[in-house]
Design a protein around this ligand. Structure first.
Ligand SMILES: [Zn+2]
Length: 362
């Protein structure tokens, strides 16, 4: 039974028809906003390569968390940029460390906000590597012990979820065991389960956490980007070890991995739409080659369509702001003239103004 009884265009003829049969929804509740916390007071400094995202001192971080909560974003993921570093990463588990103070401040001011902390050593070591280096090699088990200690300190500061990022073997078990031993039965773990050795992290490390590696690279622990079956093994092991949420990182070049993981596992699945993915769209928009908001929509919806439950993204705030507009129709920011919806004109896009005129993150 084909044409003409089947004409798939019948259900695409106007915006309401398309909305009616849309398969994938998106809401502010899907997002985790990454945030970068720095020392000092009153600091709100835009990160050049991830514009619309900021280095925030704890006081300004609290304001940001309040605003994100008001937009309906349920969770933030914290990255700390400490002033002092040493190769044992002792600052990472100090009770008064930058991340620990940030967690306490957010939980006090916005108690309902789910506070997630990135757990790794790389922001705290002088060489920028994710652990203890012995004979030029990242030593797994000594690093894992420190990771568990960092996670415990974050939970003791009030973190709801810890997110170990180092791709050490056994790190989820080490954290889960430590948390249980200390009575933190309710603290959840979001595992960077299938984290690839990707150059798409460069804007994050260069300008975000300012912790690029001093030598070598991270290919001895992060995954080879040519592999996907191995990603399923990584995810399976993390679930067995006690992960509550598993993650694939990066997002857009890895949606096949997200899709496979969704087919295979029922554990909530997160995807990290990383700095390089954001920076590419931003650079193209600045050059007049792409419409920032329209491509942002496609990127975020593609993550959901592939099967992600949760999206960690530098777009989160901007997307939530758009989704919250009462008349906003997702995916129809620029309706074609013949199918113009009855909805009142939105500022910027609906009037045909270039996205370059709509300041990102403003
Ligand atoms: Zn790391």
């Amino acid at each position: 039974m084909g044409f003409p009884s089947q004409r798939l265009r019948r259900l695409r003829k106007n915006d309401n028809m398309r909305r009616l049969v849309r398969e994938t929804g998106l809401s502010a509740g899907d997002f985790i906003q990454p945030l970068f916390v720095v020392e000092g007071g009153g600091v709100r400094r835009e990160i050049s390569s991830i514009a619309g995202n900021y280095h925030l001192s704890v006081d300004m971080l609290v304001e940001e968390a309040r605003e994100l909560s008001g937009l309906g974003i349920p969770a933030v993921l914290l990255f700390g940029i400490p002033e002092g570093k040493d190769d044992s990463a002792a600052g990472a588990y100090a009770p008064d460390g930058i991340v620990q103070r940030a967690v306490q401040a957010i939980k006090k001011a916005v108690p309902g906000m789910v506070v997630i902390t990135d757990v790794c050593l790389c922001e705290h070591t002088t060489h920028g590597h994710c652990g203890i280096i012995r004979n030029g090699y990242l030593a797994n088990d000594p690093t894992t012990q420190i990771i568990a200690r960092i996670a415990l300190s974050h939970v003791e500061a009030g973190a709801d979820i810890v997110a170990p990022a180092a791709m050490m073997d056994g790190q989820i078990r080490a954290i889960r065991t430590t948390l249980e031993e200390h009575g933190h039965h309710e603290a959840a773990i979001m595992a960077y389960a299938a984290k690839y050795a990707s150059k798409l992290y460069d804007p994050f490390f260069k300008h975000g956490t300012q912790s690029p590696v001093a030598f070598g690279d991270k290919r001895s622990h992060q995954m080879d980007f040519a592999n996907s079956r191995e990603a399923m093994r990584e995810i399976e092991l993390d679930i067995e070890e006690g992960a509550d949420i598993v993650m694939v990182k990066p997002a857009l070049f890895y949606l096949d991995v997200v899709y496979q993981a969704r087919q295979r596992f029922d554990t909530p699945l997160a995807v990290y739409n990383v700095s390089g993915e954001y920076a590419m769209v931003q650079a193209a928009a600045e050059a007049g080659r792409l419409d920032f908001q329209a491509v942002m929509q496609e990127a975020l919806v593609s993550c959901k369509r592939a099967g992600a439950d949760v999206i960690i993204s530098y777009y989160a705030k901007e997307a939530a702001r758009l989704l919250n507009r009462p008349a906003y129709s997702w995916h129809s920011a620029r309706p074609l003239p013949e199918f113009q919806s009855d909805a009142p004109a939105l500022d910027g896009n609906a009037r045909g103004v270039s996205s370059m005129d709509v300041k990102v993150g403003s």
